[in-house]
Design a protein around this ligand. Structure first.
Ligand code: HEM
Length: 521
């Protein structure tokens, strides 16, 4: 162990040397890194990032006349990809280089979450194993097994909204949690204040705190992790240790519950029970535990965000609402609510889903990736270890590919929308999705207009969302039920139309405004 004074001197020297090299020497050596703002000596551009960084990045891309820009946030090189081409070229076509995650020392190491599906390194063989299990558990065929569950929960959702329409967001949260808890653990939610949901929400809250960018010095200067816990300014060490213990015991709760159920002969089949084999040892069990944990983490906030956006946007765009209601009434006939088997026959509904995802992306900036070796793209040098951010919002609002991007217009997807088919998942990988039936621009350039936004909103490369299919069926079903049962509008007397604004955070949520939900006559 190094002694304390020499550790401190070493620490100060390494921070200052790092900052000096970054600020004064690197621009000369790395003349070809993508352009971008310089920022200040200590924090880089951190203080220039507003609550809506996706807009700031898009403005910088315009200012520097390059869709690929780069800058420092503290001592981390960040590269932002602001157009569809660079995202495809790097994150998808060079997925083996660009699918890692940047390391959060606080969360991954001190809190012990480095093994989770979202955070594990793409170079770790476990990452592929997790994805295989999840993709298999949520494949088109497996999702068919969940149709009854989804429809029953949709009935409960409609009853709850009928009873208490003002609490629609609470009902959405409950619906999403009920579906995913049943799929992952075979667990049925209790009515209110469910203990498993409390556990999951507590984990999500701690994770949010531990992952807050710029909050933990150890994320930027990892050498400080060697300081003793009693030393001033090492609150992060004690906090990390507390959170590690809490998160460990929280993630064991649902897993141990399933194992206990499996001792009874009539236990409920689910993702975890199908994969657990008592004779396969602790490592195999651990993989199943983390994979199942990834389901709740992946499904909860994202699906809630998409459904909440849908309901709020229906209040703003009554014509789109009326068109979807007309289509459902025509296909299902009077008095019959849509079922999952009806969904492939509702093209306008499918286009509406895509337009909601495009107009109000669930993840404006996807999740950060990391490049694992030095790379060259066009004339730019992309240094190893750079954090790579895909500006999904900028792509989905790029007028070159989505004409009039700030118009909410589901019909843009009507002619080129491949319909959801329950047995043939034709957009299971991104390459398929990107090229599915998009129309070429009339000026004969190679850019397709109005490409399927699912190719962007569900992420990229080896990190793309493995829950896309389940998400789609769950969201479309709830959308169809809401449209067939309710009329959504702005409250009578509202003078100005609310602006669509987003919360900042890993998942983007449209900020709530007042709406009225009434049963249709
Ligand atoms: C509308 C709903 C959803 C949206 C928009 C969405 C979007 C995303 C995005 C943007 C990512 C990050 C991709 C990247 O880093 O490039 C992601 C990852 C992930 N999603 Fe989803 N998601 C949704 C629903 C779901 C559902 C229902 C599940 C599971 C049941 C799920 C499970 C996951 C998992 C496990 C990952 C991590 C993949 C990895 O890091 O390898 N998601 N999702």
């Amino acid at each position: 162990m190094p002694n304390l004074p020499s550790l401190l001197i070493g620490l100060c020297l390494s921070i200052l040397t790092g900052l000096f090299l970054r600020h004064y020497l690197q621009p000369k050596k790395q003349i070809h890194t993508p352009p971008g703002p310089k920022g200040t000596f200590f924090t880089g551009v951190k203080d220039q990032l507003s609550q809506t960084p996706w807009k700031v990045y898009a403005q910088w891309a315009e200012h520097y006349q390059s869709p690929v820009i780069s800058f420092w946030v503290y001592n981390r090189r960040t590269v932002v990809l602001n157009d569809h081409k660079s995202v495809r070229d790097l994150l998808d076509k060079r997925a083996s280089l660009y699918s890692d995650r940047p390391k959060s020392w606080m969360y991954h190491e001190l809190c012990g979450r480095g093994q989770s599906v979202f955070n594990i390194s793409s170079l770790d063989s476990r990452h592929g194993k997790y994805r295989k299990l999840i993709q298999h558990g949520l494949s088109g065929r497996s999702v068919c097994d969940y149709h009854d569950l989804l429809e029953n929960e949709a009935n409960i959702f409609v009853e709850s909204v009928t009873r208490d329409p003002k609490a629609f967001q609470h009902h959405i949260r409950r619906n999403v949690a009920a579906v995913i808890m049943k799929i992952a653990y075979g667990y049925s939610l209790t009515e209110n204040n469910d203990p498993f949901i409390r556990v999951a929400e507590e984990s999500a809250q701690i994770s949010g705190w531990a992952l807050t960018p710029g909050r933990w010095i150890v994320d930027y200067y990892p050498i400080v992790r060697f300081l003793p816990s009693w030393f001033p300014f090492t609150h992060f060490k004690r906090q990390g240790e507390r959170w590690r213990k809490q998160l460990e015991s929280l993630s064991d709760v649902p897993h141990n519950w399933v194992k206990k159920q499996m001792k009874h002969s009539n236990y409920e089949e689910c993702f975890t029970t199908r994969l657990l084999r008592p004779d396969e040892g602790a490592e195999a069990e651990d993989i199943v535990k983390w994979a199942a944990g990834g389901l709740y983490a992946g499904a909860s906030d994202t699906t809630v965000s998409a459904l909440t956006s849908f309901i709020l946007l229906m209040a703003l765009f009554p014509d789109a609402q009326a068109e979807a209601q007309r289509e459902i009434a025509e296909f299902c006939g009077a008095g019959r609510v849509p079922a999952i088997v009806d969904l492939p026959h509702l093209p306008y509904l499918s286009a509406l889903y895509k337009e909601v995802l495009r107009y109000a992306p669930v993840s404006n900036l996807a999740l950060p990736h990391r490049v694992v070796q030095d790379d060259v793209y066009q004339s730019y040098h992309i240094p190893k270890d750079s954090t790579i951010i895909a500006n999904t919002w900028a792509i989905l609002h790029d007028p070159a590919i989505y004409p009039e991007p700030f118009e909410f217009r589901p019909s843009r997807f009507i002619d080129n929308a491949p319909m959801l088919d329950q047995h043939q998942p034709h957009y299971g990988n991104l390459e398929d999705t990107n090229h599915s039936g998009c129309s070429k621009r009339s000026d004969n350039s190679d850019i397709e207009t109005d490409p399927d936004p699912r190719a962007y909103c569900f992420g990229y490369g080896r990190r793309s969302c493995p829950g896309m299919r389940l998400a789609e069926i769950s969201v479309l079903l709830i959308m169809s039920r809401v449209l067939s049962q309710f009329q959504i509008s702005l409250p009578v007397g509202v003078e100005s139309t609310p602006q669509v604004e987003f919360t900042s955070g890993i998942t983007s949520h449209v900020k709530q405004f007042d709406i009225t939900i009434k049963l249709r006559q």
